[in-house]
Design a protein around this ligand. Structure first.
Ligand SMILES: [Zn+2]
Length: 436
C-alpha cells in the first residue's frame, strides 16, 4: 500500500495515488491500456473477426464507439474457453453463471487478473471502513458465483478476518454472527433483510447483534432500501457493484461522501448507451452500462453490454477521487414487466414504497397471467408494526403510495400489507416480480 499524499485522507484510501489520479493522467492510462488490450485481443479469432472493420487512428479514446459490442450471447456461443486470450496454462481460476436464464457462461482469470481483482476489492472495502483484524461474516455465495471468493481475497489482503459463511441456513448464520463476534456483514440486500427477520423470529434484536457495517450488492436495490437496512441493523450500509463477465465484485464501490458509486475506470472503461439503439447517451441520462475490461489478461471483454440501468457522472466527488460515479444503479433492463402497453420497473416501485417510514422488509410484485393482468404488491412493514395498526393509523401513507403509483402510471393494483418477515426469505438474490 502506498502512503497517501495527505494524512487526512488516510482512513478512506487503499491506494490514494491510483484512486485520485488527475483526469489527464487517468485518460492517458486508459488510452495506453486500450492500445495494449487491442493488440492482445487481435491475436484471437473472435476479436479478429469482430474488429475487422476497426482501424483506429491516433487518439484511441475518440474511436471506442466504432468497436462492436460484445454480448452475453457471445459468451454462450463460445462456451467454455472460446473467448480466452491466453493459453489454458495461464488460467488459475474460473467462475460460471448458473445458466438459469439460458446456457451457462464461463469467465476465467490469470494470476495477474486475480491480483488486480483482489486489489480492487481491497479498494472498495477500505473505503467502506474495513480495517485489519475486523471480523467479516461473508454470506456471498462461494462456488461458481464470484461474490464469496472475490470478497474473501480483498478482505484478506487488507488483513481482515473472513468467515466464509456462503449460503449457510439463516438461523445458523445468526448464531455464527453472535458466537464469532462479527462486525461486518457481506451479502445481498435481500439476504440482509432476511437475516434481520430470522433474528427477530429467534427472539433477538438485529441492532443488538454487534454488527457495525454492511456491504450489500449482487442484486439491485434503491438507496431507500439501503437506509432501511441501516435503521433495522443500526449499521452503516454501503453499496457495491460488479458482474462476473467483467471481473466479479470490485467494479465499483461507494465512497464515504455518498454521492454515487465510484467506478474503477483505470481498469474498466465505462459508457452509457440507449438500450434500444445502442447510441451513446450524455452524462446523467439513464441508459445501459457498457464496460470494457481493458487491463484484464485472460478474458478482456470489449464494450460488453451489461444489461444494467445506470446513470453516470464524471463531475468531481468531494472525496477527492476522480473516478467516474454511477449515480444510480437501477436494476436490469430485462426486469421491466408489461401491463397492457405500459412497461414498469420494480426498482421504481421499490423507491415509491420504501421512501415511507412505515415500510420495510422484503416485497413481491405479482402480476396475474389472466387477461386482466391484475397487479398485487405484497410489502412488509417495519419490524414491530402490525398490519392492523397500519390500517388503523397510517391511511395517509397508503394514500401517498397510491398517489405515487398512479403518478408512475400504474392505475389499478392491490396493496397487500404484511408483517416484517412474513414474505419468503432469501439467502441470495430475491425474486421481486412473479407472474401467477
Ligand atoms: Zn467519492
Amino acid at each position: 500500500m502506498e502512503s497517501p499524499a495527505s494524512p487526512s485522507w488516510e482512513p478512506y484510501f487503499w491506494n490514494f495515488e491510483e484512486e485520485c489520479l488527475p483526469i489527464s493522467k487517468l485518460r492517458a492510462r486508459q488510452a495506453e491500456a486500450w492500445e495494449k488490450c487491442l493488440e492482445q485481443v487481435l491475436k484471437t479469432p473472435f476479436y479478429q473477426k469482430k474488429l475487422k472493420q476497426f482501424h483506429p487512428s491516433q487518439n484511441i479514446l475518440q474511436h471506442i464507439e466504432d468497436i462492436p459490442f460484445t454480448t452475453k450471447q457471445d459468451l454462450r456461443d463460445h462456451y467454455p474457453y472460446g473467448l480466452l486470450q491466453v493459453p489454458l496454462e495461464k488460467i488459475v481460476e474460473t467462475h460460471a453463471s448458473s445458466g438459469s436464464s439460458g446456457q451457462a457462461t464461463l469467465v476465467a482469470y490469470s494470476k495477474q487478473d486475480l491480483e488486480i481483482w483482489t486489489d480492487l476489492i481491497a479498494r472498495g472495502l477500505t473505503a467502506s471502513g474495513i480495517r485489519p483484524g475486523q471480523i467479516i461474516h461473508n454470506a456471498y455465495g462461494y462456488g461458481l458465483f464470484t461474490g464469496g471468493l472475490g470478497f474473501q481475497y480483498g478482505a484478506q489482503r487488507i488483513g481482515a478476518i473472513v468467515n466464509p459463511i456462503s449460503n449457510t441456513e439463516l438461523e445458523k448464520q445468526i448464531r455464527l454472527i453472535q458466537e464469532l463476534g462479527s462486525q461486518v456483514l457481506l451479502c445481498t440486500p435481500s439476504c440482509a433483510m432476511s437475516l434481520a427477520a430470522t433474528a427477530l423470529k429467534m427472539g433477538l434484536k438485529p441492532h443488538q447483534l454487534g454488527l457495525k457495517v454492511g456491504i450489500f450488492g449482487g442484486e439491485s436495490y434503491t438507496p431507500e432500501f439501503q437506509r432501511k437496512l441501516e435503521e433495522i441493523w443500526n449499521i452503516k450500509a454501503w453499496n457495491t457493484y460488479g458482474l462476473s463477465e467483467i471481473i466479479g465484485p470490485g467494479v465499483a464501490y461507494e465512497c464515504p461522501h455518498g454521492e454515487g458509486i465510484h467506478l474503477n475506470e483505470d481498469h474498466f472503461y465505462p459508457e452509457v448507451v440507449d438500450f434500444a439503439t445502442g447510441q451513446s447517451l450524455s452524462e446523467d441520462r439513464m441508459g445501459e452500462l457498457v464496460l470494457s475490461a481493458i487491463t484484464k489478461e485472460a478474458m478482456p471483454l470489449l464494450r460488453y453490454r451489461t444489461g444494467d440501468r445506470v446513470k453516470i457522472s464524471y463531475a468531481p466527488c468531494s472525496c477527492g477521487r476522480k473516478l467516474a460515479r454511477l449515480t444510480e444503479i437501477g436494476g436490469r433492463f430485462q426486469d421491466y414487466f408489461s401491463i397492457g402497453f405500459k412497461k414498469f420497473h420494480p426498482y421504481e416501485i421499490e423507491r415509491i414504497l420504501f421512501k415511507n417510514k412505515e415500510v420495510g422488509g422484503n416485497y413481491q410484485i405479482e402480476v396475474s397471467k389472466n387477461a386482466n393482468q391484475a397487479l398485487t404488491i405484497k410489502v412488509e412493514l417495519m419490524p414491530g408494526l402490525s398490519t392492523q395498526a397500519f390500517e388503523c393509523y397510517f391511511q395517509e401513507t397508503e394514500n401517498k403510495i397510491t398517489e405515487d403509483l398512479h403518478h408512475y402510471g400504474i392505475e389499478s393494483f392491490t396493496l397487500d400489507w404484511r408483517a416484517f418477515g412474513e414474505l419468503p426469505l432469501y439467502l441470495g438474490k430475491a425474486k421481486r416480480v412473479l407472474f401467477k
